[in-house]
Write a protein that binds this ligand. Structure first.
Ligand SMILES: NC(=O)c1ccc[n+]([C@@H]2O[C@H](COP(=O)([O-])OP(=O)(O)OC[C@H]3O[C@@H](n4cnc5c(N)ncnc54)[C@H](OP(=O)(O)O)[C@@H]3O)[C@@H](O)[C@H]2O)c1
Length: 384
């Protein structure tokens, strides 16, 4: 057992390609650094999944709101290397009954680290060894590869919440924006299961992903690049949607990227009681002013009266937030993966040393499914 291991870290704010560095650190040991009253596990990480949210964390969060040095990312898969429980420790000295733990050494797991733990501790997924409260982890389904498992939790939990908020029912007609992304690929599959064969799903993505989105369950796919203006924005898309679906509007819209123009014009293609369920609003770039403007617009979407008479859009907007998912939320997605209800679409798998290049690709927001990083070179891409 080595005493040091490698991790990608950042101390300053900026773009991942500028601020991330790969360095060696002591492997975390037990007892945990925090005064822990719950089970903790030390994980040898196999794969990590990259998320645009981590770029926002690196670019936007000031140092006073986080640990001085942080490891990025929230999704990982791996093997339990050690387990710690406060009562099990007590029992060693008092020889009273031992406490049973959820995990044992050698268990294969999936974990999603929430910002509430990552920011104050600096803990993240892009490390060879990670120590975590066990409630952030679930058992990996035996038939799922470590690579796919590292790509399912944050996207799967967010897509599930989007589907719930949209109020989908069997037979519904639903529009899914950015249907080829990490969340979009999950949302299409989950929506299909709810609306059933009699439902109708329309996905929006670029031409190269049309077949992928159809294979996930969409009945019809719109190539948004055919409806962009000269600034490469989808500004002509709402007019196209209005023209195509005005007579037969959607029951719900799931926006996995957050295009305000699709919402503002949704009265023309969403039924009056239909819900616009969105991950938020996509800022034009990863800068602080752009982010603050997007947050303000989200608040207006939530607070402003829906009524057209009062200047509203005429349709209800619901923003979802996957900040504090529960153990049950994580277990639900692992079960869906186990039962084949969802599959993880892989955009690409990157070597641990090439994380900066992987972020350069992610930052373009044109991933088809998940961008994954093989943290442990000895674990194969399809190894379970
Ligand atoms: N609210 C929350 O709790 C929460 C949680 C997780 C993530 N998020 C946010 O959700 C967003 C999506 O995350 P993700 O992981 O799914 O991202 P992702 O995997 O990078 O996917 C982005 C997708 O957007 C599509 N796209 C790009 N430009 C488009 C356009 N103009 N019109 C339609 N589709 C377009 C791309 O498709 P093409 O390649 O075909 O262009 C790509 O498939 C991010 O902004 C992320 O920060 C929010």
């Amino acid at each position: 057992m080595p005493t040091t291991s490698r991790a990608w870290t950042f101390s300053h704010r900026g773009s991942p390609t500028d601020i991330l560095s790969l360095s060696s650190h002591p492997i975390p040991t037990f007892p945990p650094p925090l005064k822990a009253s719950e089970e903790w596990i030390l994980i040898k990480v196999s794969f990590a999944g990259l998320n645009p949210g981590a770029i926002f964390q690196m670019s936007l969060i000031p140092t006073f709101l986080r640990n001085k040095t942080c490891i990025p990312e929230m999704d990982l898969s791996g093997t339990v290397h050690d387990v710690w429980h406060p009562h099990a420790v007590e029992s060693e000295s008092t020889t009273t009954s031992t406490t049973s733990t959820r995990f044992r050494k050698g268990d294969k797991i999936i974990a999603m680290i929430p910002a509430s733990h990552a920011l104050p501790t600096g803990c993240g997924a892009l490390a060879e060894y990670v120590s975590l409260p066990a409630r952030f982890a679930v058992h990996k389904p035996p038939q799922a590869s470590f690579a796919d498992a590292a790509g399912c939790l944050l996207t799967g939990m967010t897509a599930h919440l989007l589907v719930i908020e949209a109020g989908l029912k069997p037979g519904h007609r639903v529009l899914v924006n950015a249907a080829s992304g990490g969340i979009g690929t999950m949302a299409v599959q989950m929506a299909r299961r709810v609306v059933g064969p009699e439902g109708f799903i329309v996905g929006i993505c670029s031409a190269r992903n049309v077949q992928l989105v159809e294979s996930l369950g969409a009945d019809f796919v719109i190539d948004y690049t055919q409806h962009t203006d000269n600034k490469n924005q989808n500004n002509n898309l709402p007019a196209h949607l209005a023209q195509t679906f005005h007579a037969n509007p959607f029951n719900a819209i799931i926006d996995t990227l957050g295009h305000q123009s699709l919402y503002v014009n949704s009265i023309a293609y969403l039924i009056p009681s239909g819900i616009y369920s969105s991950v938020g609003i996509k800022p034009p770039d990863f800068s602080i002013p752009a982010f603050l403007r997007a947050v303000w617009q989200m608040q207006l979407n939530e607070w402003w009266p829906v009524s057209r008479w009062l200047g509203g859009v005429g349709r209800l907007w619901r923003g979802v937030s996957m900040m504090e998912p529960t153990l049950e939320d994580r277990e639900r997605i692992a079960e869906m993966l186990r039962d084949g209800q969802i599959r993880v679409v892989r955009d690409s798998v990157w070597r641990f040393e090439n994380v900066r290049e992987a972020y350069a690709k992610l930052g373009g927001l044109h991933a088809s499914g998940k961008i994954l990083v093989r943290v442990d070179e000895t674990v194969g891409d399809d190894e379970c």
